[in-house]
Design a protein around this ligand. Structure first.
Ligand SMILES: Cc1ncc(COP(=O)(O)OP(=O)(O)O)c(N)n1
Ligand SMILES: Cc1nc(C(=O)O)sc1CCOP(=O)(O)O
Ligand SMILES: [Mg+2]
Length: 220
């Protein structure tokens, strides 16, 4: 397996949910977001055991498929958990990897040519390195847009002005992450990013579906 791949259907990255929590609300918000048109749901549960993440991922994936079979479900960090969920028959489509996770070629080898694989970046150097992985990965996350209490990546905030140079540095689609709200969607869309990624703006929303619709309107 060389790590090269081709021929999968395009990803709708415009509105991308990264979950928090491990309880019923996590599953409910994932389903609501998918039902309203979120193209990707990533299951992120820092501190969960591998077994716990597997159970949560399978529960989220089944609920997402019931709400919207077009929504892709990814696992944060753990290609092994994505593999186990897929082997169990759960509708899980891939993994989002950080810079310190399993190398993307190894994940591609494990998950196969049809899996979706995303990689975290956020600096011009990291985006240029990701461009060299085109054909192995499907998209890159780039952040933080603004500082966020959800995660300290250690990187400088990009702001709106930080995205066009990153977009110009790769043919891979880029998604913006880090304190993104639906009110930011139109301006971020104007920078050339393919979509926006949100944790709190969706997980804490009274009406996650309305948040998704506002984001999608920003990308029209
Ligand atoms: C779409 C997307 N982009 C970036 C990240 C951050 O990933 P990572 O650097 O692995 O950090 P953790 O999320 O694992 O804390 C992401 N999860 N998703
Ligand atoms: C998981 C994550 N990664 C980031 C990065 O910059 O790579 S920012 C982030 C947290 C995003 O959460 P919220 O939408 O609540 O701000
Ligand atoms: Mg990660």
């Amino acid at each position: 397996m060389t790590g090269e791949r081709c021929g999968r259907e395009p990803l709708d990255l415009r509105c991308y949910l990264v979950t928090s929590g491990v309880g019923p609300r996590t599953v409910e918000v994932a389903a609501a977001a998918a039902g309203a048109g979120a193209g990707v749901v990533q299951v992120r549960a820092k501190g969960a055991t591998a077994a716990g993440l597997l159970e949560l991922t399978c529960a989220v994936a089944e609920a997402v498929r019931a709400a919207n079979p077009a929504t892709r479900v990814l696992v944060d960090d753990r290609a092994d958990v994505a593999w186990a969920a897929r082997r169990r028959g759960a509708p899980v489509h891939g993994v989002h990897l950080g810079q310190d996770d399993l190398p993307v070629r190894a994940a591609r080898g494990l998950l196969g040519p049809d899996a979706v694989i995303g990689l975290t970046t956020g600096t011009p150097e990291l985006v240029r390195a990701a461009e060299g992985l085109r054909g192995v990965i499907d998209y890159v996350g780039a952040g933080p847009f603004r500082l966020t209490p959800t995660k300290d990546s250690g990187r400088e905030p990009l702001g709106l002005a930080g995205y066009p140079p990153l977009v110009a540095a790769t043919r891979l689609p880029i998604v913006a992450i880090g304190d993104v709200t639906p009110a930011d969607a139109a301006a971020l869309a104007g920078t050339g990013v393919a979509g926006v990624v949100m944790v709190r703006a969706l997980m804490d929303a009274d009406d996650p579906g309305a948040v998704v619709r506002e984001v999608l309107a920003g990308f029209c």
